[in-house]
Design a protein around this ligand. Structure first.
Ligand code: ADP
Length: 398
């Protein structure tokens, strides 16, 4: 058995999955939490056993990864006899700037380039680097691959990724549209091309979760995407405002006396579904409130669905048509009500949903919710970023 360890490192957390690359199966997975903080703990779930929680001090990411490895080879609860069972490690890296249009084998130069992208991804890239360096320290001879959230967006043309600011903003500060959720959009788009059996198909993928974005692509190459320099642009999200009039920023600073940092937190953490509804950022809570007649919860849901619909219309225009619309991620895969709101009134586009089936279709599997005669197919496709990272890692490292 050849397996790939997939690592998604945050500043104080580290998600991991060990994936059998031949059978495409998850062998074990879990999460280290509170790294570098008191009471750190790790959850661990082997594919054929119960989930366990291990309370152990993890001062840094290196210690977290050491604990993950010890557990994977543990005589009692482990899933592999020894470390030779891990053929390669794949790391999720959020921001690759313009340096990375594809996944890449990690060497010193790559680590340096990821470091140079820290100004673009100040929250995520330092944590991703801690994951990479922690792995290097405990398994120096195992090849590692970096898979970037921004890589998918690198095929956009300048007319799409440039903002209408002075050109120097791009040249001096790298201000442009990069797009995020790229690994997910690429994965579900690839699945849609396979389901359609049409390698050059035009696909609009809607990754709707706590963070949400819409992307469009032709033949699997990204044409446009809704997130921009940062993940704040585009749809209103769980707690993010999405696209707004940029003049609102200085207006708030003047009127409410907020600092730049405070406006940033206002837009990223207090806005979106939470800020509009005053109820929650979680769509399940929003529906519960809406069903009890809470008007602002209804408003938040309808604003969200309208924003998704507007991107679908814009992207169909941009690509001169669309062959498939894909729904994925927590909301896209599970929230039948949001899908219905988005899909109502898209018949002009040739996208005709089977609204009855939309309400009854199974969860957790790929399914086609369009009517048989619908010109545009409408798929629900569970995303699997870890599998996409494992596949890239195997292709480059094994
Ligand atoms: P992220 O990866 O951005 O944190 P996810 O893709 O996991 O987010 O999506 C999480 C969101 O999905 C939750 O906040 C919740 O609103 C929504 N969600 C999950 N399950 C359901 C469900 N059964 N019905 C409606 N919404 C759901």
């Amino acid at each position: 058995m050849k397996s790939v360890l997939v690592i998604n490192a945050g500043s104080s957390s580290l998600k991991y999955q060990l994936i059998d690359i031949e059978d495409k199966k998850v062998i074990a997975k879990g999460l280290c939490e509170r790294i570098g903080i008191a009471d750190s703990l790790m959850s661990y779930k082997p594919h054929d056993g119960d989930k366990v929680e291990i309370k152990r001090d993890m001062k840094n990411h290196e210690e977290a990864i050491a604990l993950v490895l010890d557990t994977l080879v543990d005589a009692k609860i482990g899933v592999i006899p020894d470390m030779s069972g891990i053929a390669a490690v794949g790391h999720r890296v959020v921001h690759g700037g313009e340096k990375f249009a594809d996944s890449v084998l990690i060497d010193d130069g790559v680590i340096e380039a990821i470091r140079e992208c820290i100004p673009l991804g100040p929250l995520h890239n330092p944590a991703n680097l801690m994951g990479i360096e922690g792995c290097r320290a405990v398994m120096p001879d195992v090849p590692m691959v970096a898979v970037f959230d921004t890589a998918f967006g690198q095929s956009m043309e300048p007319k799409t990724y440039m903002y209408g600011l002075p050109y120097e903003a791009y040249e001096k500060y790298g201000i442009r549209r990069y797009g995020f959720h790229g690994t997910s959009h690429r994965y579900v788009t690839g699945r849609a091309l396979a389901l359609l059996n049409k390698p050059d198909a035009k696909v609009i993928s809607c990754h709707l979760g706590n963070g949400s974005s819409v992307s469009c692509s032709i033949g699997g190459r990204c044409v446009d995407t809704s997130m921009g320099l940062t993940p704040l642009e585009g749809l209103p999200m769980g707690t993010r405002c999405g696209s707004i009039d940029p003049a609102i920023v200085p207006y708030l600073m003047d009127r409410a006396g907020m600092s730049a940092k405070e406006v940033d937190a206002y837009m990223n953490k207090k806005s979106g579904m939470l800020g509009i509804s005053g109820v929650s950022s979680d769509f399940r809570d929003l529906w519960a409130a809406a069903n009890e007649g809470v008007e602002r919860a209804k408003l938040a849901l309808s604003m969200f669905a309208l924003a998704v619909k507007k991107y679908i219309g814009a992207y169909a225009a941009e690509m001169n048509g669309v062959d498939a619309i894909v729904f994925t991620a927590g909301v896209g895969e599970n929230d039948r009500g949001v899908r219905e709101l988005v899909l109502k009134g898209l018949d002009y586009l040739g996208a005709e949903a089977d609204f009855e089936y939309n309400l009854s279709c199974p969860r957790g599997v790929e399914t086609d919710i369009s009517q048989n005669h619908s010109k545009v197919k409408i798929f629900v496709i569970p995303t699997d970023e870890e599998m996409a990272i494992a596949n890239d890692t195997a292709a480059l490292a094994l």
